[in-house]
Design a protein around this ligand. Structure first.
Ligand code: 3H9
Length: 688
């Protein structure tokens, strides 16, 4: 086992290294031993200055999030108290320099701010992203950051959780130097240079410059980007304390607020979401040492919206991409969209023109299969038709090299049937990207019955390479995400037949925290597409089963959604939606014709019916093994379907509501609770 903390003397400078892989989190033992190492350095008369660094090329990524989760599960929410350590650093008579490579986040940056000097390599990442976990920084960060960079910037960084690189940190005054040469040597040299400086500069003694506009602006920002979330607002209260109280009193206030934030259901949910997102890559049953195939060159079939988006995602990760379509016109259109998307990013200052040029140069449009034999992965993103896909897979089977992964971007079709068109079904897998594929983080990785472990590992590695959330799911109609969407969408339509309006349903859902209402989602995806999927699945409807009535009517009226300017809503030229009285009248008439007596529907009923029906389907999915863990379903929903992460995902939310209540309400609504839900509810257990 590695030592958590090591101390080496380099002449007059003591170098303390924190070694708690992978990210040097402040796990139990780390703060205490760091404090002991500081004491030892203090006691050594030969030591004139102290440098603290992190091992494995990263500083400290903050408190140990696993510990937070453990404490919450044990009913004792809380994190480490590192105030003694912070005092030991700041009160050190000898100058303390924190040198940063990699991440100095949360508690990591708070440790760094207690030091007298901070230096960092250009690529270092600094920030207080605690709001992403639903908590208030608890190690004096809300008190030192405004003293170092001003109230307005501190508030913006804390509310947004934005991570900044060293150059910006330097401009803001958060760090004192940028290391461009050899990391340790330069850090030691910097420390030698400040070894005699007295008094040592302390952030805590600096004033917070008055800035009356800062906090109101930050509260507005929180409303906009952290809708319904409590931690950012509590953090702003802590910043207010920084602006109005002494450092010590401000720290006391921060401690109270931070402890309070940790007891909230939002913190529990967001911490679950953080861990769920990372757990997806640990596939149960897949041997850890499974070697993925190399992933350098890719080829895509289909230059439509999906194919173009996937090409961008691959090129953004530095992969060489061939993209094939059947006509020059289709290719030109596809590439023009790619170009337009990149240009928008350049115009918005996200990256310079040179980056766009590099990425465009990685994408090679073509009409034939030339070069496909070099591809490590071929992703088919053609028209959603089994016949088309089988034909294409038969073709690529002939050109692809033996260890090329053959992936399909189907969102609904049977992977095994597609694989049957090849001579190597073990190389076939689904990679279900979400539109726009260069933006959306979710990829459902669909295992066929023959997909080999190496192919699964390669698809998971691809998701990681693209910095996406790749979740392995089973091969079933709609996989996980869409399969849960179908009953959700159906229930929403029943609600409007029974008395709600599309706008009311959507507002209740967005108030609950969904990124978009379900009718707005349908308008964006296209009612024609939804209608086609319903037709394909008509055979699954059981005799006598209730079916929604409105979709067919809107489809027949050519109201396909945003693309036709009319769907559930009316759209102006800026795609702004307004409720359409014509649709509302049609709903009323349709309900009347069907003998449905309309009544007032509460928002609570909307949420319960829409969300519980989704949860019930999730329980079926878990039971059938289509998802291996409840947390995988959650990750799918908060990374791809706009489910609020601060509610943890649908399955976490069900646990939070209580499975017995969910099961009872499902029965009240006249539905059948999934056997797994009923059993767990009866046993007083949770989804896992
Ligand atoms: C805090 O500090 C509160 C304070 O105010 C008070 C404190 C006293 N703890 O993301 P990756 C693991 S709150 C434990 O895949 P990347 C992660 O689970 C904290 N584990 O890599 C994963 O494990 P595994 C504030 C952590 O390169 C592995 O590291 N800090 C922690 O894409 C690799 O992670 C934050 O919110 C942690 N703090 O990104 C920072 N962080 O290999 C949270 C990571 O088993 N972390 N792990 O799956 C991050 O933002 C990213 O993980 C980071 C690396 C940028 C560090």
């Amino acid at each position: 086992m590695t030592e958590l903390i090591t101390l080496f003397n380099h002449g007059p400078v003591a170098l303390i290294t924190i070694d708690n892989p992978p990210v040097n989190a402040l796990s139990p033992g780390v703060p205490e031993r760091l404090e002991s190492a500081l004491e030892a350095a203090q006691a050594d008369p030969a030591t004139k200055a102290i440098v603290i660094i992190g091992g494995s090329h990263t500083f400290i990524a903050g408190a140990d999030i696993n510990e937070f989760a453990k404490n919450i599960a044990a009913g004792k929410p809380g994190g480490p108290s590192i105030h003694n350590l912070l005092a030991a650093i700041e009160d050190s008579a000898k100058p303390v320099v924190v040198a940063i490579e990699g991440a100095a986040l949360g508690g990591g940056l708070e440790v760094a701010m207690a030091a007298h000097y901070r230096v960092a390599v250009t690529s270092a990442n600094l920030g207080l992203p605690e709001a992403n976990l639903g908590i208030v920084p608890g190690a004096e960060g809300t008190q030192r950051l405004p003293r170092l960079i001003g109230l307005a910037k501190a508030a913006e960084l804390i509310v947004s959780g934005r991570i900044i690189k060293a150059p910006e940190a330097m401009t803001l005054g958060l760090i004192d130097g940028i290391i461009v040469g050899e990391f340790i040597a330069d850090a030691l040299t910097f420390a030698e240079g400040v070894a005699q400086t007295r008094p040592v500069p302390k952030a805590s003694v600096r004033p917070v410059e008055p800035d009356p506009a800062a906090l109101p602006a930050a509260r507005e920002l929180a409303k906009k980007i952290r809708r319904n979330q409590t931690a950012p607002l509590l953090a702003l209260d802590a910043l207010e304390a920084a602006a109005t109280l002494s450092f010590e009193e401000g720290c006391k206030k921060e401690r109270e607020l931070s402890a309070k934030s940790l007891t909230t259901p939002q913190a529990a949910a967001l911490i679950h979401a953080f861990l769920a997102e990372r757990a997806v890559s640990k596939v149960p049953g897949l041997p850890k040492d499974t070697q993925p195939y190399p992933l350098n060159k890719a080829a895509i079939i289909g230059a439509g919206i999906m194919g173009g988006g996937i090409a961008m995602a691959l090129a953004n990760a530095g992969m060489d991409v061939r993209i094939k379509d059947t006509s020059q016109e289709a290719l030109d259109r596809g590439l023009a969209t790619v170009c337009k998307n990149y240009q928008n990013s350049v115009n918005k200052g996200r990256f310079p023109q040179s980056v766009m040029d590099e990425r465009m140069a990685l994408i090679h449009p073509q009409l034939d299969y030339a070069g496909f034999e070099e591809a490590d992965i071929i992703i088919e993103a053609a028209f959603e038709s089994m016949a088309v896909k089988k034909q294409l897979f038969a073709e690529i089977d002939k050109v692809a090299k033996p260890d090329c992964v053959l992936a399909t971007n189907t969102s609904t079709l049977d992977i095994d049937e597609i694989a049957s068109a090849t001579s190597r079904p073990e190389m076939v897998i689904g990679t279900h990207f979400f539109s726009p594929a260069h933006v959306m983080r979710l990829v459902e990785i669909v295992r066929g019955k023959a997909s080999s472990d190496r192919v699964i590992a390669t698809a998971m590695a691809l998701a990681k390479k693209l910095r996406k959330v790749g979740v392995l799911v089973g091969n079933a109609m709609g996989f996980v995400g869409n399969r849960m969407m179908f009953p959700y969408m159906r229930e929403a339509q029943f609600l409007i037949e029974e008395g709600a309006t599309p706008a009311q349903v959507d507002r209740a859902l967005t108030d609950f925290g969904m990124a978009m209402g379900i009718f707005a989602v349908d308008d964006m995806g296209g009612l024609d597409l939804n209608w086609r999927v319903q037709q394909q699945n008509a055979h699954l409807i059981k005799p006598g089963e209730r079916r929604p009535l409105m979709l067919q009517k809107l489809y027949e009226m050519g109201r396909y959604g945003q693309k036709t300017g009319r769907g559930w809503y009316l759209y102006d030229e800026n795609r702004k939606a307004t409720p359409d009285p014509e649709v509302e009248a049609l709903i009323e008439q349709t309900a009347k014709d069907a003998g449905i007596k309309r009544r007032p529907i509460t928002d609570e009923e909307i949420i319960e019916r829409c969300i519980y029906v989704m949860i019930n389907e999730g329980a079926h999915i878990l039971e059938e093994g289509i998802a291996s863990r409840a947390s995988d379903i959650d990750a799918i929903y908060f990374s791809g379907y706009g489910f609020p992460a601060y509610r943890g995902g649908p399955m976490w939310y069900a646990n939070a509501v209580g499975l017995q209540k969910v099961s009872d309400r499902i029965e009240d609504f006249g539905w059948q609770p999934a056997p797994l839900l009923k059993r767990l509810a009866g046993e007083g257990k949770n989804f896992e």
